[in-house]
Design a protein around this ligand. Structure first.
Ligand code: PLP
Length: 424
């Protein structure tokens, strides 16, 4: 146990954080030659040594192609791969591990839904409802589905606190809505919409509800049965796991009635000269040799998160984000796109230094070994809606410290100065 969750006490346990930080090699100043304050966790998280070791161990001692053949190594590989699936099912409280499909990432998971469910089921005049918060992966996919099926894409907008305006959402939900697809946590404004309410409202209209969990699963407890969502997506690389492994959770009764997304090996039942029949879920949706090492790495990432406790992680990240946002609000030359009134929020704070392009801000901060994201964060419609071209984003993970935040805050002044502005 690394943290005690007891209000402010969480900030007192920095000695435990040091233990955790020892698991992250990029923090080794001797090797790196720098002391990097990595505040770009929403883009991708860093990976603890246990995850790297799990992948290494698989390729050294267990490498074979799962589900194919009968020899010792293929059995080891199959067990390790299926064990990872079990861990994910438990992590998000799926009813069964057969509801867990491995994909490359959230983008692929959403495409799988689009091709195997949406294009097959939607028709002209049907409606898809998303929000302006969505990442491009939850936008462009629906542009394509709308173009293919004649369905109409509707968008719900925000309140004055950078969060989803639930009354706008409600007004756009109609008897024609067939799909609702909403982020569990915005990668720009950190808004965490009320998912259970959204799913409930969607179901009342007979629509299915998809939750993009890319920014939610790494930071906050997810219970897909409680949420009652029909689909939920995960990107492993945002939650300590390697890149190239993701998850689509889907309710079994939906998955069982969906056609395959990709065709090929290991997803079939029988193949004849003229046609084929397909395996049960989840194999039906895992065509070809999968990223087995990645799945095992994701399993190890979940073990690591479980060791700390996802509720402890949320608590610590919320404390850090509260501190960071409060300090940022004291700085007059910043524009901040982050909720103030919301009850729950993520730990990514988008901002702009007034009169400075975000790429300049990020480059100047980088010269002090501070890593923040700059650009549109794959959320161009949201940036247009906010009437900005781009922004910077400082995004936190439990292994960040108050010292790193202070370092970031102190160098914001250098951005203004370097660009020739005063501090007002
Ligand atoms: N959805 C959200 C909210 C994201 O933040 C991201 C990535 O930043 C994605 C989806 C896409 O994730 P990936 O690139 O891993 O598919």
């Amino acid at each position: 146990i690394y943290f005690k969750v007891n209000g402010d006490e969480i900030m007192l346990l920095d000695d435990k954080i040091e233990q955790i930080r020892a698991d992250f090699a990029y923090l080794d100043e001797k090797i790196m030659g720098k002391n990097i304050a990595y505040l770009d966790n929403s883009a991708t998280s860093q990976k603890p040594i246990s995850v790297i070791n799990a992948v290494d161990n698989y390729y050294r001692y267990q490498n074979a192609n799962p589900h194919r053949g009968a020899h010792y190594l293929t059995v080891l590989a199959t067990d390790a791969y299926e064990n990872a699936r079990e861990k994910i099912a438990k992590f998000i409280n799926a009813k069964s591990s057969s509801e867990i499909i491995f994909t490359r990432n959230t983008t692929e998971s959403l495409n799988l839904i689009a091709y195997s469910y949406a294009i097959e089921n939607l028709k002209k005049g049907d409606e898809i409802l998303i929000t302006i918060l969505e990442h491009h992966s939850n936008f462009t996919t629906w542009h394509y589905v709308a173009e293919k099926t004649g369905a109409i894409l509707k968008i719900a907008y925000l309140d004055d606190d950078y969060c989803l305006d639930m009354s706008d959402f409600e007004s756009k939900l109609t008897d024609n809505t067939k799909i609702v697809s909403v982020t569990g946590a915005s990668n720009v404004t950190s808004c965490m919409p009320d998912i259970e309410k959204i799913v409930n409202m969607a179901h009342e209209k007979g629509a299915i509800a998809i939750i993009d969990g890319a920014q939610l699963a790494p930071h906050k407890k997810v219970d897909v049965q409680n949420m009652d969502c029909d689909f939920f997506t995960i990107s492993g690389h945002k939650m300590l796991a390697p890149m190239g492994i993701g998850v689509l959770y889907g309710k079994k009764e939906l998955l069982e009635n969906m056609k395959p997304f990709m065709y090929g090996g290991d997803m079939i039942e029988y193949v004849y000269e003229t046609h084929s029949t397909f395996a049960d879920v989840p194999a039906r949706f895992e065509a070809g040799t999968m990223n087995v090492g990645g799945a095992i790495g994701l399993g190890a990432a979940i073990d690591y998160i479980d060791k700390i406790g996802i509720d402890n992680i949320y608590q610590r990240e919320s404390e850090l984000a509260k501190y960071l946002s409060e300090e940022m609000r004291k700085i007059p030359y910043l524009d901040i796109y982050y909720p103030q009134k919301a009850k729950q929020f993520g730990a990514a704070i988008a901002f702009n230094v007034k009169e400075v392009h975000p790429h300049d801000t990020a480059s100047i901060l980088d010269s002090y070994d501070i890593a923040v994201r700059s650009g549109h964060h794959c959320a161009m419609p949201l940036h247009s809606y906010l009437k900005i071209n781009a922004s910077c984003r400082a995004s936190l993970m439990f292994y960040n410290t108050k010292q790193e935040i202070d370092k970031f805050l102190s160098h914001l002044e250098d951005v203004r100065r370097t660009m020739g502005y005063g501090l007002e």
